[in-house]
Design a protein around this ligand. Structure first.
Ligand code: NAP
Length: 286
């Protein structure tokens, strides 16, 4: 089974849209999302534009506040404090990376945890690791929903997460732990990654290394989620490259019970989960 992330994300967006329409009718209000963009980082510009368009599509009132890269940390914090108090704003997202003179962790800590739709605030990180309800980072949340769509009951399954970033690997591990999986986290210093992978019922690769996970790494019938986004030179493509994941699709697809393609797997779920988190933040606040 090739997991159709695009289709699943569209279904999630349809549900969110329906719920927002009903909120609008009954309470005459809509969830609001504010994205802060600092500087002229081209990929960030594209991500923010996609987030803004997707939010509007489901009926979320969205606003992008742009600043020159010369903005001071103090000014940025002042803006965040204003948004924390603003009753029309339910989700605040600061697009990363920030310029080097701004401390990204400090900025995230200034966001009201109830409005932290990226799920990066220490309160949300702590709540997730304590098994409490929290806003969860969008990419691992999307990966988790795709896994649950393949198999509802994950109790006792062996899960290997490759990658231990705060953005992906660690929250993913917490989500699967909460589902009673036996979770192993691999990283660049792990010695027996291939053997660990061969035992796993669920493999989530969030590494950033093209085609790291090969067919002979994967147990027959495993669920394989490929978070990686890597450029690989390809002269047949107009741009001179193509996007590939951390999993060697052609060999792993023959072994896996279910696998996400790249592109079209986890990627579309990330934005859908941001919309989901904004709606959740709205419901928690109101
Ligand atoms: P990151 O912060 O660079 O973390 C990468 C992790 O992979 C680290 O824990 C690193 O180990 C580990 N690693 C590196 N090389 C390894 C190797 N050869 N074997 C085993 N582990 C290795 O990356 P990230 O932000 O989590 O992103 C991971 C990938 O997901 C990237 O390709 C990124 O573009 C993609 N991504 C996709 C989406 C989406 O929407 N689909 C969203 C975000 C990110 P150490 O900790 O030991 O260094």
């Amino acid at each position: 089974m090739i997991i159709d992330g695009k289709k699943f994300a569209q279904e999630l967006r349809n549900e969110i849209k329906k719920e927002i329409e009903s909120i609008k009718k009954t309470r005459n209000t809509t969830p609001g999302l504010t994205v802060i963009l600092v500087g002229n980082h081209t990929p960030s510009e594209i991500y923010v534009r996609n987030k803004e368009l997707s939010a509007k599509e489901v009926g979320i009132t969205s606003e992008v506040i742009r600043f020159e890269s010369s903005i001071t940390q103090e000014k940025l914090i002042e803006v965040i404090h204003g948004l924390n108090k603003d009753k029309k704003v339910h989700g605040i997202l600061v697009q990363l990376p920030l310029p080097p003179h701004i401390n990204g962790s400090k900025i995230i800590e200034e966001i009201d945890p109830k409005k932290d739709v990226d799920g990066f605030h220490p309160v949300n990180v702590g709540n997730l690791s304590s098994g409490k309800d929290s806003l969860v980072p969008c990419t691992p949340l999307g990966s988790y929903l795709l896994i649950k769509n393949v198999q509802k009951n994950l109790t006792g399954l062996e899960a290997l997460i490759i990658g231990r970033s705060n953005l992906n690997g660690k929250p993913m591990a917490q989500l699967l732990l909460k589902e009673d999986c036996t979770v192993t986290i691999g990283h660049s210093k792990t010695k027996n990654l291939k053997e660990l992978c061969q035992k796993a019922d669920i493999v989530v690769a969030a590494v950033g290394r093209a085609n790291l996970v090969k067919g002979d790494w994967v147990k027959e019938g495993a669920i394989v989620i490929d978070v990686g986004i890597n450029r690989e030179e390809d002269k047949t493509e107009k741009k001179g490259y193509k996007i590939v994941g951390d999993v060697e699709f052609d060999s792993v697809v023959k072994k896996a019970r279910a696998i996400t393609p790249v592109p079209g797997g986890v990627g579309p779920m990330t934005i859908a989960c941001l919309l989901n988190n904004t709606l959740k933040a709205f419901k928690n606040i109101n």
